[in-house]
Design a protein around this ligand. Structure first.
Ligand SMILES: [Zn+2]
Length: 474
């Protein structure tokens, strides 16, 4: 072998070793046999919390769960006493992104930057062990991030990837290719499915014919389609066979007066229709029933909306510490501006949308949860995921229901509920250890100590420390 080639291979090998060391440095528990004892368990199935439980983990899987009085700790197990602490399932979040969005100014439009280093770490640090990205700007980066996480050389959740957005005309964001025809739509689906993407997202201006082509092509391959739609109404999309709709009812244009088929209404008209909506009307009840009958899951992404209305709490120090100097300044300016808004319409809409999500949930609809770490840069991966769960409790779900929505429900929509999404025997040991009791005070979900993915325990604080100042535009 020639010397340059040997050097190249040596460099690759040492890069691989370095990457493995990077992962090792944030792992605090790695043992073939682990027993958690005396834990309060919220198992993700919606069942009532159980006190004083033992969970045995063997080779990355849950081998036994039950009362500490009856489940024996196997010989040789590393025992972790969780008295006063709770165990939740690893979160399964369904509207995730790996890009950060800056705040647009009067002269400079919104800018997007891929957070391939910090976001996977933030998700994992905050208990997200499974994440569906929901629209990609850098598809090859995201394939590579997933490959590295799967290979164990990068810390992060188990990723399920959504292809680049399938947008119609006009595409307001330069990163989004506008689909030119139904044939082009099907071609895109097949191209990205061949690359390893397992989900597709129709965007705001995509008309019905193209949406139908996306759904048909994806379904032929056994893959699912979601949408942040607008030109097509929720009822029309459900009729076409869409599997999932993003942003709760925020993107619904069904009740915009004078809406033309296949045309995205202007944003003011769309927001106006939500502000004026009678959420108790028979028309709204009928739409909810139709979505449920068509098995359309709904993704709640309340964090990103709550940050754009007055009354939103300022980010915690822990969250601000993640942001770069520039992005922290931008965020603080935006927060002050939003806090000073006197128009109450945003708050009215937020409360109506929260109430509608609860109605959908209570009527038996599959409500799943996502973070959508975009907006004006104030929704941060991981931290925003936890806020999304708190907001569902503010919407009226019980903490146990909100946790179920963010774990087992997400796994169901992804079709992986046999292996993840709840703390049950036989499933992957994806577990979150928190100090305190989220069943009585949901804000305790922020007190995460260790996050287990496939039985390997990641130190939440070390992961957070590793991304200080890394999030945002430098
Ligand atoms: Zn999104």
């Amino acid at each position: 072998m020639k010397l340059p080639r040997i050097l190249f291979i040596l460099a690759l090998l040492s890069a691989g070793r370095l990457a493995a060391q990077e992962v090792d440095s944030v792992i605090s528990v790695r043992a073939p046999l682990i027993a958690f004892t005396h834990a309060k368990l919220i198992d993700g199935t919606g069942a009532a919390p159980r006190e004083d439980q033992t969970i045995v983990v063997s080779d990355g899987r849950i081998a036994a769960v039950g009362p500490s009085a009856t489940v024996a700790v196997p010989a040789g197990a590393q025992t972790i006493d969780l008295t006063g602490k709770s165990v939740l399932p690893g979160l399964v979040m369904l509207h995730e992104h790996l890009m950060f969005t800056s705040v647009a100014s009067a002269t400079v439009p919104r800018h997007f930057a891929e957070m391939e280093y910090s976001f996977p770490r933030l998700y994992l640090a905050c208990g997200v062990t499974t994440a569906r990205t929901t629209g990609s700007f850098e598809p090859y980066t995201e394939l590579e991030v997933k490959a590295r996480v799967d290979a164990g050389t990068m810390p992060g959740p188990k990723f399920f990837l959504t292809a680049p957005y399938l947008e119609g005309f006009p595409s307001v964001i330069p990163q989004l290719h506008p689909v030119t025809s139904p044939e082009d739509a099907a071609r895109q689906v097949n191209y990205y499915a061949d690359k390893g993407f397992t989900s597709f997202k129709c965007y705001m201006h995509l008309p019905r014919a193209e949406m139908r082509a996306v759904i048909d092509a994806a379904h032929q391959r056994g893959l699912k389609v979601t949408g942040h739609i607008g030109a097509v109404t929720y009822r029309e999309a459900a009729e076409l066979g869409i599997d999932n709709l993003e942003h709760g009812f925020y993107a619904m244009t069904d009740f915009v007066r004078g809406k033309k088929p296949d045309e995205m209404p202007n944003p003011a008209a769309a927001a106006g229709s939500l502000a004026e909506l009678d959420i108790n009307s028979p028309e709204v009840a009928s739409l909810i029933q139709f979505l449920i009958a068509k098995h359309v899951a709904l993704t709640s992404t309340l964090t990103v909306f709550a940050t754009s209305v007055p009354g939103c709490p300022i980010l915690t120090t822990r969250e601000l510490d993640c942001l770069s100097v520039n992005s922290r300044e931008q965020y603080l300016r935006t927060w002050a501006r939003v806090s000073g808004l006197t128009d109450g319409r945003g708050v009215t809409i937020l409360h109506k949308m929260m109430a509608l999500e609860k109605k959908f949930h209570d009527a038996g609809g599959l409500l799943v949860v996502g973070t959508d770490p975009t907006g004006n840069g104030s929704t941060i991966a991981g931290h925003g995921s936890l806020r999304a769960i708190e907001l569902l409790v503010e919407a009226g779900l019980t903490p146990v229901q909100a946790i179920q929505a963010a774990s087992l429900n997400g796994a169901r929509e992804l079709g992986v509920d046999k292996t993840v999404g709840s703390v049950e025997t036989g499933k992957a040991a994806d577990l979150v250890v928190v100090a305190g009791d989220p069943a009585t005070d949901i804000t305790a979900i922020r007190k995460i100590e260790i996050v287990f993915k496939d039985g390997v325990g990641y130190d939440s604080k070390k992961l957070l420390d590793s991304v200080r100042g890394c999030v945002g535009i430098q």
